[in-house]
Design a protein around this ligand. Structure first.
Ligand SMILES: *Cc1c(COP(=O)(O)O)cnc(C)c1O
Length: 364
């Protein structure tokens, strides 16, 4: 058997790329992936249970039409808005498709680092040269340096994963107004953030804002995300994406979550409010233990610590999984001082947070 044969024909960007393999030690309490730790909206679960044969034996919608009006309303835009939406198999799919649509030969992707780990990966897979720019000391994006890259695609994540920090409106507006190419604004954690930048869509046709149903909406397993922007940009992303990417059950569940009050939107809003309450409480408890979290505007906190790896192992033996982030840049100083390692901890019901704190007391 010729073991080399397939490898010899593979793109090197692909053959050298490690498979995504976060630590998935089975733990009773999994705080590692920023999902909704209360579960999923009851209305979405009911919609899946009551699905009929026809909804799985036939193809789902080609693109995003069945969810369009609900999604526009969800982000605060009217049906008469000049904007349109593009859905995807998770917002990863929307990000991937958007990058592919604009990855002309020699193009680059500017982004603040550290950010969502999929970004440099998707850049490589779509043929964009990554152009990472450090954050400012206060964890705002360095708008001038991002713009000065003249990148064909600029990615801004706010609130940002893994730091949980936000970009200032001044900086975001500067990037959106002055970037050479298109701007992708990832608002995966919008439900926990003090503001959204959807209003900027009205003035800029080269802006795409992405959202997901994987985090506050508790539907990570269904894989649904979407982008909103001018109909020009969403149509380009749709072409790069291809048809039938959101499966019929996922579409049904999202439709129900967005159109129901009690078991849908209200359920999500109630739990997002609980996240913020428990997050602030958790940050205070961590501080009492000498652990300083970065200011968080998401459903997780980042605690830079040179001891992150050891502490996470101790937590895992006590049944609690958190994400260890390594290889963080030397600036801002809060990351450099921690030797580039940190714990990223998801925020959930207080019972879970109490168990985490008890385990931490034993671990540190
Ligand atoms: C989790 C996350 C996503 C969501 O990915 P899905 O593919 O929608 O599950 C997107 N962006 C960021 C920054 C995230 O943290």
């Amino acid at each position: 058997m010729d073991r080399q044969s397939a490898l010899a024909f593979a793109r090197s960007d692909v053959s050298t790329l490690p498979l995504y393999a976060p630590d998935a030690t089975p733990c009773a309490i999994d705080l590692s992936d920023n999902t909704n730790l209360w579960g999923a909206p009851p209305a979405a679960l009911d919609a899946i249970r009551s699905a009929e044969c026809a909804s799985v034996s036939r193809y789902p919608a080609l693109y995003s039409e069945p969810l369009r009006d609900l999604l526009l309303r969800h982000v605060g835009l009217g049906q008469d808005s000049a904007c349109d939406v593009i859905t995807g198999c998770g917002s990863d799919d929307v990000l991937d498709s958007a990058m592919r649509a604009f990855s002309v030969s020699g193009a680059s992707l500017a982004y603040s680092t550290p950010t969502f780990s999929m970004i440099p990966v998707l850049a490589r897979l779509t043929g964009l040269r990554p152009a990472p720019i450090p954050f400012a000391e206060n964890f705002d994006i360095d708008a001038e340096r991002l713009v000065d890259t003249h990148a064909e695609v600029t990615y801004v994540c706010t609130p940002n994963n893994p730091t949980a920090t936000i970009a200032s409106r001044t900086a975001v507006e500067y990037v959106v107004r002055n970037a050479t190419g298109i701007v992708i604004l990832d608002e995966a954690y919008a439900e926990f953030a003090p503001e959204t930048f959807v209003d900027l869509l009205e003035e800029n046709e080269r802006l795409l804002i992405t959202r997901t149903f994987s985090k506050a909406f508790g539907l990570a397993g269904l894989r649904v995300g979407f982008g909103v922007g001018s109909s020009e940009i969403t149509r380009l992303v749709a072409r790069a994406r291809g048809p039938y990417k959101v499966n019929a059950l996922a579409e049904r569940a999202v439709h129900a979550a967005l159109s129901s009050h009690v078991g849908g939107r209200d359920w999500v809003a109630t739990h997002a409010a609980l996240v913020i309450e428990n997050r602030n409480r958790l940050v205070a408890e961590l501080a009492q233990r000498g652990l300083t979290a970065l200011p968080s505007f998401a459903n997780f906190v980042l605690v830079p610590s040179p001891d992150a790896l050891r502490v996470s192992r101790e937590l895992a033996t006590r049944g609690i999984l958190v994400r260890v982030i390594t290889g963080l840049p030397e600036v801002p100083t809060a990351l450099g001082n921690a030797k580039g390692t940190a714990l990223r901890i998801g925020v959930g019901p207080w019972d879970m947070m109490r168990e985490l704190l008890t385990a931490l007391d034993e671990a540190i």
